[in-house]
Design a protein around this ligand. Structure first.
Ligand code: F6R
Length: 616
């Protein structure tokens, strides 16, 4: 939430910062703003709404040349999405400009304190206090911006990334972080600060990870990191292994369409290097000792939204393969219910961004209880993997569209690899069984490709149903989380009432929602797998059909039994039961994307949402 960019170097800062904001806009699009230092003064422009509004303003009211600047794209928390609440915020004396991501929890107290000494605050945000506090500390520290920042940070509670510039020190940008993301881009005669490497990837692929409670000062030729007490810190260097083109639309109209199309590659990349020539599983990243894994008595998956659905899919597989009980818990609920976890629990945090605050807080709680923690994450250098005992990266490449697609498939793959690894280490699976499943996984990119080749019927169906007030999704077994995911995609993109149900649960209440013409999407289990699942769902289909539902079956090739009960059939390749989510989800993603497009909505940036949810 909120995208942050800072630049100092030889180039026009405004151009670098606005280009960076364009790449970070998925993090929030309630307002955007920039500040640069020129001729000993600060110039600031900001506008409510998407970045394009700021760009229009910059066209009519240009900024002076400058090689030092900061920029912000906002997802509003405190204070509505207005011009005056847009960042940067400037101190009353016009000396410092500040941008912020996160929530300053003690802002009311600080605000009252500032007002009591006569400071006039000009926004409704929690963030603005930081600008005024900084300017006061600059006076006390004789203009030492990094030290002023450290002093201010020691007073702040909550989560924050802050960037500040001071008109008196034109070649310096100072950043700080606690519980919110901030990475450093290390260039040649220029340096960058950003919430995400995407902001500077076209300039440099060398980056530094910042830890908790650290302050960083960048000048054109130096990066200095300290903790909040001023002690020097060695930041971890990492190389970004994708280039700028990976974060561009590459000929697609929408990032979401591009990311849906990238799924075969994302799945293949997430398997690469993890299966030996002898078809054994080799997870070099698994820094948790095998002896510890042998003692694990339960697995707890913590995640939010789509990532939680991936966890729900994984539960079926991991329990089946390892006989270890698996709980899947929404991260936002986890730590508030006194969960039972301890040294013999393996807690798996699934997060595309690696920054989701709910998941991070749940992870910390699990660690505090002595649990072993393992992250499944797509973002190298992010907080959740850094704070976990081990990490299995999903190599999906940058996911820019707000709605998660390729991350979901790769999260399932990564969780399956963990399940198989546990089976291998604990000896609960035969080697040939593991080999067979790894071969099935290795074949999934091809199968997903087949689905992508045949999406036109599902698009046509979305257009046909564009006026439907509500769509229900049913599934059983691994099809149940797929149904939840299909409903989530439709809600967030098409703003339609959509709900996913376990098909057997329907008769316990939700069936009352069925009336003439209600579209019901049914994820049909393979009849070749556990036939009972197929038979049961066929009964559920008949129950809704009898009450007037329009049934859309997502069914495998060759399943002729569905024809008698479905109004529309979307075919997917026949795959083993546990692999079905990897193919069955794809038409649901396409359905939601097409529905939103047909409704004239912004698919990549749906209303009220942001990609990386860094507040609780
Ligand atoms: C839905 C979606 C969200 C995220 C959730 C977790 O399409 O994208 O539900 O899955 O906010 O985000 P990460 O995976 O970054 O922790």
């Amino acid at each position: 939430m909120c995208g942050i960019v800072g630049y100092v170097g030889q180039k026009q800062a405004l151009e670098v910062v606005v280009a960076g904001l364009r790449r970070l806009e998925y993090r929030g699009y309630d307002s955007a703003g920039v500040a640069v230092i020129a001729d000993g003064t600060l110039a600031v422009r900001k506008r409510a709404g998407k970045l394009v509004n700021l760009e229009t303003l910059l066209g009519s009211d240009p900024m002076p040349d400058s090689t030092t600047g900061i920029g912000h794209t906002r997802w509003a928390t405190h204070g509505g999405p207005t011009d005056r609440n847009a960042h940067p915020h400037v101190s009353e004396d016009g000396r410092v400009a500040v941008i912020h991501n996160g929530i300053i929890e003690n802002f009311a107290l600080l605000r009252a304190e500032l007002e009591a000494i006569g400071v006039t605050l000009s926004s409704d945000t929690d963030s603005e206090v930081a600008a005024h506090l900084l300017s006061a500390e600059l006076v006390r520290t004789d203009g030492d911006l990094p030290e002023a920042m450290r002093r201010v940070c020691r007073r702040l509670e909550g989560a924050f990334t802050l960037l500040a510039i001071d008109r008196a020190t034109p070649d310096l940008v100072v950043g700080a972080r606690r519980n919110s993301p901030l990475v450093v881009g290390v260039g040649d005669g220029e340096n960058f600060l950003a919430s995400d490497v995407a902001a500077f990837i076209e300039h440099t692929r060398e980056a530094l990870e910042l830890g908790q409670d650290q302050v960083v000062a960048i000048t054109p030729d130096a990066v200095v990191v300290t903790d909040f007490d001023g002690q020097p810190v060695d930041a971890t260097v990492f190389h970004v292994d994708w280039d700028a083109s990976a974060a561009e639309k590459g000929g697609y109209d929408l990032f979401m369409l591009k990311e849906i199309a990238e799924q075969p590659k994302a799945v293949a990349d997430s398997l690469r290097g993890r299966i030996t020539a002898g078809h054994r599983l080799q997870l070099d990243e698994m820094r948790i000792d095998e002896s510890v894994l042998r003692e694990v008595s339960k697995v707890v998956v913590i995640a939010c939204g789509t990532a939680a659905h991936a966890g729900m899919v994984a539960k079926y597989a991991i329990e089946h393969w390892t006989r270890i009980p698996v709980e899947v818990e929404l991260a936002s609920e986890f730590r508030y219910r006194d969960p039972i976890v301890g040294p013999d629990s393996l807690v798996i945090a699934i997060s595309q961004s690696g920054e989701t605050m709910d998941t991070l807080m749940a992870l910390r709680h699990a660690k505090s209880q002595g649990a072993r923690t393992l992250a499944i994450c797509n973002t190298v250098g992010s907080t959740i993997p850094r704070e976990s005992d081990a990490v299995l990266y999903t190599y999906a490449g940058p996911e820019v569209a707000v709605a998660s697609t390729k991350a979901f498939l790769t999260q399932i793959v990564a969780a399956y690899l963990i399940g198989l690894y546990l089976g291998q280490v604990r000896g609960t699976m035969f080697e040939d069984e593991i080999r067979r499943i790894l071969d099935e996984l290795a074949d999934m990119p091809r199968r997903v490709d087949l689905v992508l080749d045949t999406t036109e019927p599902v698009r046509a169906l979305a257009r046909e149903l564009v006026a439907a007030p509500s769509v229900l999704f049913l599934g059983r077994h691994v099809g149940y989380p797929v149904a939840l995911e299909g409903a989530l995609k439709l809600k967030e993109l098409a703003y339609m009432h959509a709900e996913g149900f376990a098909a057997g649960e329907l008769k316990h209440g939700p069936i009352a929602l069925i009336e003439d013409g209600v579209p019901v999407v049914v994820v049909v289990p393979s009849p070749r797998g556990r036939a009972v699942l197929h038979d049961k769902i066929m009964s559920n289909v008949q129950e809704v059909r009898a009450r007037g539902a329009v049934v859309i079956a997502i069914a495998e090739e060759g399943d002729e039994a569905v024809a008698a009960f479905a109004d529309h059939i979307i075919r997917i390749p026949a795959v083993p039961t546990l692999m079905q989510p990897l193919v069955a989800t794809v038409p649901l993603q396409v359905f939601a994307c097409e529905m939103a497009t047909a409704r004239g909505l912004d698919v990549d940036q749906p209303r009220n949402l942001a990609k990386s949810v860094t507040v609780e």
